[in-house]
Design a protein around this ligand. Structure first.
Ligand SMILES: Nc1ncnc2c1ncn2[C@@H]1O[C@H](COP(=O)(O)OP(=O)(O)OP(=O)(O)O)[C@@H](O)[C@H]1O
Ligand SMILES: [Mg+2]
Length: 375
């Protein structure tokens, strides 16, 4: 295995430190990436993803904290001494070199034989479908072609760590889907450690062993795709991960006639038998009193016996239907697998199974429970 373990220990990036308006772009980031693991960095624009990668690669100084790669402290080393290969957000190929020369150039430091260079360039060209453009110059290439050449230049190296900053942002959806499968196989086959920045949740889910969700320079949650979906640590990850986003409603919880009643705005009430919740979950919810309820669109059931809602829109997407409905003073979105036979203005009932309810603290946004489990 070539890939090494990476350990970020309370790493911060402060731009313009000491100036009038310092920007804390990355704030005490703790993250451990295992050898051979693929981690996706996911977060909205400006949350600090590129800054994090640039500090690891050595193109930006670390303001606070330390970085270890394969047990070795690297954050004071020159970029070339770190054993890190990076594909940049804005591809940066060498204009006087052809695509083949750009990619092969990355192997200079490895002192590979000409036959080895040819073999590996051919492997990368197959991987990224860039065989036909190998002998062309960057200036004559489309954005997507330049991006794949740049990705190839990073992936060809047997580095201790690969950093890929939005490596497929310029590609059309079909090609992205094809390449993400191939890239995952390639990374695993060669035992590489990789951090991938993406805006695309599907890509993060499909490629990554774990996903680090960032917001405002802070790590919100670092978990497997399944855990992010089933056990979001707070309202931010709950509503950020998942398409369409999780529905959320304010609620107050009380016991009424032996049932757990969740009262929502506009006199909407959800009643559950006490036994539907484990005692410790029930107690945690009742202790808070005021909570925020979250339910994923896929988990909402249209049920005539459910709480009343009025359909606002019915969108058939070709393989599923999104139904938006006015509910409890807000908007509730449901996903139906078949065409839902409801139209704007129809009154419907909606129901949520207790195991699909995410409950968050109304003040802090921290998760209290997920279905039958305490957070
Ligand atoms: N050289 C710089 N000087 C000052 N501020 C900077 C600098 N580079 C980035 N920033 C600021 O740091 C924050 C994080 O930027 P960064 O490029 O890391 O975000 P990002 O998550 O990669 O965003 P995107 O998804 O748009 O690429 C932003 O507020 C940005 O404006
Ligand atoms: Mg960026």
């Amino acid at each position: 295995m070539t890939g090494q373990a990476l350990d970020l220990d309370r790493v911060s990036k402060i731009y313009g430190a000491g100036g009038a308006k310092p920007v804390r772009a990355v704030d005490r980031l703790d993250m451990d990436v295992r050898a051979g693991e693929i981690v996706a960095l996911l977060g909205s624009s400006g949350c600090g993803k590129t800054s994090t990668l640039r500090m690891i690669a050595g193109f930006e100084a670390v303001s606070e904290g330390s970085i270890r790669l394969g047990g070795r402290e690297i954050h004071r080393l020159a970029p070339a001494k770190r054993g890190v290969a990076m594909a940049f957000e804005g591809y940066s190929l060498y204009p006087p070199l052809t695509v083949r020369e750009n990619i092969a150039f990355a192997l200079k430091a490895e002192k590979a034989s000409p036959a080895e260079v040819d073999r590996r360039v051919a492997e990368i060209a197959d991987l990224l479908d860039i065989g036909p453009i190998l002998d062309r110059y960057p200036s004559g290439l489309s954005g997507g072609q330049q991006q794949r050449a740049s990705l190839g230049r990073a992936l060809i190296r047997r580095a201790a760590l690969h950093l890929l900053d939005e490596p497929m942002g310029q590609l059309e959806p079909q090609l992205r889907t094809l390449l993400r499968g191939r890239i995952k196989f390639f990374v695993k086959e060669h035992g590489l450690t990789a951090i991938l920045v993406t805006h695309d949740q599907t890509e993060a889910n499909a490629l990554a062993d774990r996903i680090a969700v960032m917001e405002g320079g802070r790590l919100q949650q670092f978990d497997t795709p399944a855990a992010l979906r089933d056990r979001p640590a707070n309202m931010f990850t709950g509503t950020f991960i998942g398409e369409p986003p999780m529905n959320v409603f304010p609620a107050s919880a009380a016991l009424s006639d032996g049932r757990l009643r969740l009262s929502l705005p506009e006199e909407t009430a959800l009643d559950y038998p006490q036994a539907a919740f484990a005692p410790e979950v029930r107690e945690a919810i009742l202790r808070r009193g005021r909570v925020t309820l979250g339910v994923r669109p896929h988990a909402v059931r249209l049920d005539p016996a459910g709480a009343p809602a009025v359909v606002l829109a019915n969108q058939w997407l070709g393989d599923q239907t999104h139904v938006a409905a006015r509910f409890a003073g807000g908007v509730l979105v449901t996903v139906e697998h078949e065409r839902a036979r409801v139209a704007e203005g129809d009154g419907v009932g909606v129901a949520f199974a207790p195991e699909d309810l995410h409950v968050f603290d109304a003040e802090t946004g921290d998760a209290i429970s997920h279905g039958r489990l305490l957070a």
